[in-house]
Each structure stands twice: as structure tokens, then as C-alpha cells.
Design a protein around this ligand. Structure first.
Ligand code: ADP
Ligand code: ADP
Length: 222
């Protein structure tokens, strides 16, 4: 589902953020991506989401080589890849419903279908009753779950999360990871960048480790 072939990423003023990265993730795997701050985790996720392009090497997602993807297929690719951020990036003045609906509105989905799919996504994260709340009225764990619902609503086969529990206490963090495990069991492919070594060790999923832009560890599938 995701394949990196000798991928390098250099930022002009910073040098190499990723060097000679090779790995493959199969459909339906849940994989952790760990490493110190600045190790290259966000960069790696951004390459998969096509928010950045590699300086060298190939990134393949679902059999498509992102380097040679025609421009007109970029929106289609982005719909294949849901992204979740640490700061969840919700619109503070819109309701939970509207925040989750946003990707579908952008895609031009029919309003009736939007209602159905937004409620299905909110149901998956246990927030059906909060659809008319604004993000500020929610706890930080609930806000992150809204961010997850928004990433899910387009039914992407791949879900990427960048430090999704960075601002949450251990119990809420565990709930979020358990939610991800449920997605894995319905066939989603997940790659989760995290510093949360406690949960990584507890939950025992395949773990890739970056150190200064190099892939220094891969536990393989547990
Ligand atoms: P992590 O997510 O593991 O903290 P990042 O991928 O954010 O690592 O960063 C890897 C390296 O690349 C760091 O040295 C960081 O400062 C640098 N970097 C990340 N994004 C950019 C950018 N847009 N421009 C320049 N340097 C960047
Ligand atoms: P994360 O916490 O997800 O690792 P960062 O704090 O590394 O994210 O980066 C946040 C944003 O700042 C990203 O969009 C990244 O591209 C940008 N960025 C990170 N490091 C640098 C840098 N050294 N120069 C310019 N932009 C950077």
C-alpha cells in the first residue's frame, strides 16, 4: 500500500531531513513511526500525503508513483490519504458537524449524502451527540476525535497521524490508539508518528524508528 524506494528529502536551508529511506507497508497494517524531535517523522508523512515531494527516490501509494502522478490526479490521491495532526486544525467558529463535513463539501458531495456520512464518522468516534457543539466547547480528547472523524469521512484507505496524542493525557491517548486499532480491523492502513513510547511498547504494532533522517529500526509485523 505504501512503499519508499531510496527516498531522500532535503530542505534547502537545513540539509537532509530524510536519507535513503526504504520500507513497505501492506494494506491493513497499523504501523508506528517513532524517533526524536526533528528525526523526520512529519516529513515522511508529508511525502505520503503529497504535501512535499522527495528530492530523490520514489514514494508509491496504492501502486501509484507519486513522483509521476499527473497533476489532475493529485486531488484524487489526497482523498486516499486521511491526515490527523497534533493540533487537530479545527475551525473554531464552526460546529463539529461542519468541521467534519468540510472535506465532503470540497469534494462536492450531495448535502443529503454529507449528512449521512458525517453522522457515520461521528458515530465511529463516539461523538454523535456533539454534532452541534463548537470545538471550544469540547475537551481536548473530543477535539482530537473530531479531527479523526474529519480524516475518516472521505473513507480513505490510508490514515496518517502526526503526534495525534501529543497534547493528551495517558488515558485519552490510549483511547485514541484503541480507536485506531478498530480502524485497522476494518482494513485501513495506518501510519502513526508518535513520541508515546509507553503506548508503542504496550500495543505492539510494527514500529519504524527514524534517527536524524535515517531509518534505523523496523520491528517487522508483530
Ligand atoms: P519530526 O517530525 O520527527 O520532528 P520533521 O520532519 O518535522 O521531524 O523535521 C526533520 C528535519 O527537517 C528537522 O531538522 C526540521 O527542522 C527540518 N524541516 C522540517 N520541515 C521543514 C521545512 N518546511 N523547511 C525546512 N526544514 C524543515
Ligand atoms: P511536527 O511537530 O509535526 O514535527 P514541526 O514543528 O516540525 O512539526 O513543523 C511544523 C511546521 O513547520 C511544518 O509545516 C514544517 O514544514 C515547518 N518547519 C519545521 N521545521 C522547519 C524549519 N527548520 N524551517 C522551516 N519550516 C520548518
Amino acid at each position: 500500500m505504501i512503499r519508499f524506494q531510496n527516498v531522500f528529502k532535503r530542505y534547502p536551508e537545513r540539509g537532509e531531513a530524510l536519507s535513503a529511506i526504504n520500507f513497505e507497508i501492506q494494506t491493513g497494517e497499523m504501523v508506528f513511526l517513532t524517533g526524536h524531535s526533528g528525526a523526520g517523522k512529519s516529513t515522511l508523512l508529508r511525502l505520503i500525503g503529497l504535501l512535499e515531494r522527495p528530492s530523490r527516490g520514489q514514494v508509491l501509494v496504492n501502486g501509484r508513483n507519486l513522483s509521476t502522478l499527473p497533476r489532475r490526479e493529485i486531488p484524487y490521491h489526497r482523498r486516499q490519504v486521511g491526515m490527523i495532526f497534533q493540533d487537530h486544525r479545527l475551525l473554531p467558529d464552526r460546529t463539529v458537524f461542519d468541521n467534519v463535513a468540510l472535506p465532503l463539501v470540497v469534494m462536492g458531495v450531495h448535502p443529503r449524502e454529507i449528512g449521512r456520512r458525517v453522522r457515520a464518522a461521528l458515530d465511529q468516534v463516539g461523538l454523535l451527540k456533539r454534532e452541534q457543539a463548537t470545538p471550544m466547547a469540547l475537551s481536548s480528547g473530543e477535539q482530537q476525535r473530531v479531527g479523526i472523524a474529519r480524516a475518516l469521512v472521505g473513507r480513505p484507505p490510508v490514515l496518517l497521524a502526526d503526534e495525534p496524542t501529543g497534547n493528551l493525557d495517558p488515558n485519552l491517548s490510549r483511547e485514541i490508539f484503541e480507536l485506531f486499532e478498530r480502524f485497522k480491523y476494518v482494513g485501513m492502513t495506518l501510519l502513526i508518528a508518535t513520541h508515546d513510547f509507553g503506548l508503542v511498547n504496550d500495543l505492539r504494532h510494527r514500529t519504524l524508528t527514524l534517527d536524524e533522517g535515517r531509518l534505523v529500526g523496523d520491528t517487522g509485523i508483530w
